[in-house]
Design a binder for this molecule. Structure first.
Ligand code: GLU
Length: 419
């Protein structure tokens, strides 16, 4: 629906995030300016036909959505999952716009994905899917245009195939994608960066609010790249990881897991299932365990109005993107449970992606200490800004994060466009 001159009306947009509107109200943005900030710049939906290993033809849907590029080239991951669709990709693309703005890296927000189930596909099939996808979106991406990265079910190997396929058309361009293996221009520390950022933010919150991670009980939902590294680093910091879940099993150990052994088991078995000396519990009860820090690190939308009342954690650290629904967010706030929002908590990944891009552009490798130091400086700076703003304005950490991010993006839009 539109008005008499055919303008987009803000109420018609299907991704009018509650958080965005709350922050935009606070900042007094007009409806037209909201439409400008919510509408994606460019979207592409492509058909990806590939031959499966058994000779059958299979056709998949692929998406790349560039949300806002006022602050720099578009940036954001590629997700391979059966639930990927246009609306999910658009919502995640806008999240990237706010995330890059909040941490202050000079990039915009994008996201992409393919609706597929990589758990039931061979490596050869995933490679063909990736190369075919790149051949369809190559005009839209590029080192100064749009830089994909890993997200759910994509990994450094997939990024290497993207670089290779893009390079066949445009010439060697490692900066077209981040999260690559170190051997082909990836950054040291990128693989564990999201988990490290989660741990750094959790520890900083604990220090500031008198809830130290030393001896704190931590529960992690999802033991993929993000959840496993967050657990490993938090245990190194002195926390006790008492509950862990993945798609196949949910495990409880009140004395704390040996996360190194659990990680090793997960790599060898491709699951935490079967890990010895712990209790297997119902998946739903994981989020309801009594603990100091609950870390959802898997799918979105897992904390809802149906389970928000049962959560006993003191703090939720959103390692996943959008794990908490809006209704749950409000219910948790009423109950005094603090939520450290995704755009802050999981920003370590895109931050080190930016460092990788910088290294590729300069053709100069940083050592691991430098990567980790710069990550710590960047994410703890954003953490302090969010905490200060929340305390000053008496708003939740999520609203404070959105206020800061929206202001950054709005300033860039105004300076560049004159609107
Ligand atoms: N997919 C990650 C995220 O949601 C990383 C994105 C990137 O490194 O560009 O933040």
């Amino acid at each position: 629906m539109s008005n008499d001159v055919g303008e987009i009306q803000v109420k018609d947009l299907n991704t009018t995030h509650f958080q965005f509107q709350q922050a935009a109200d606070h900042l007094g943005f007009s409806d037209e300016f909201r439409a400008l900030l919510l509408t994606p710049y460019r979207e592409l939906t492509v058909q990806i036909p590939i031959k499966m290993d058994d000779g059958r033809l299979a056709v998949f849907n692929g998406y790349r959505i560039q949300h806002n590029g006022a602050r720099g080239p578009y940036k954001g991951g590629l997700r391979y999952h059966p639930e990927v669709d246009h609306d999910e990709v658009l919502s995640l693309a806008s999240l990237m716009t706010w995330k890059t703005a909040l941490v202050g890296i000079p990039m915009g927000g994008a996201k992409g994905g393919v609706s597929c189930n990589p758990r039931n596909m061979s490596q050869a099939e995933i490679q063909r899917l990736t190369r075919s996808f790149v051949s369809k979106i190559h005009l839209m991406i590029g080192p100064y245009r749009d830089i994909p990265a890993p997200d759910m079910n994509t990994n450094p190997q997939v990024m290497a195939w993207i670089m290779d396929e893009y390079g066949k058309i445009h010439g060697f361009s490692p900066a077209v994608v981040t999260g690559k293996p170190v051997g082909v221009g990836g950054s040291l520390g990128r693989n564990e960066a999201t988990g490290r950022g989660v741990a750094l933010v959790t520890a900083a919150y604990g220090k500031r609010k008198g809830l130290p991670v030393e001896d704190a009980r931590v529960v992690v939902q999802g033991f993929g790249n993000v959840g496993s590294h967050a657990a490993l680093i938090l245990e190194e910091m002195g926390a006790k990881v008492i509950g862990v879940g993945d798609i196949d099993a949910t495990l409880y150990n009140p004395n704390g897991f040996n996360t190194k052994k659990l990680h090793q088991h997960a790599i060898e078995e491709r699951s935490i299932k079967g890990f010895p000396d712990c209790e297997e519990i119902e998946p739903a009860s994981l989020l309801e365990l009594e603990c100091e820090y609950l870390i959802p690190a898997a799918l979105g939308g897992v904390i809802t109005k149906f389970n928000a009342d049962k959560i006993k954690a003191k703090v939720i650290v959103e390692a996943a993107n959008s794990p908490t629904t809006t209704n749950a967010d409000l219910a948790l706030e009423d109950r005094g449970i603090v939520v450290i929002p995704d755009i802050l908590a999981n920003s370590g990944g895109v931050t080190v992606s930016y460092f990788e891009w910088v290294q590729n552009i300069q053709q100069y490798r940083w050592d691991l200490d430098r990567v980790n130091q710069e990550l710590e400086k960047t994410i703890l700076g954003a953490f302090a800004r969010v905490m200060d703003r929340a305390e000053k304005e008496n708003v939740s950490l999520r609203v404070a994060a959105y206020l800061l991010a929206l202001q950054e993006v709005a300033e860039a839009v105004e300076l560049r466009s004159g609107f």
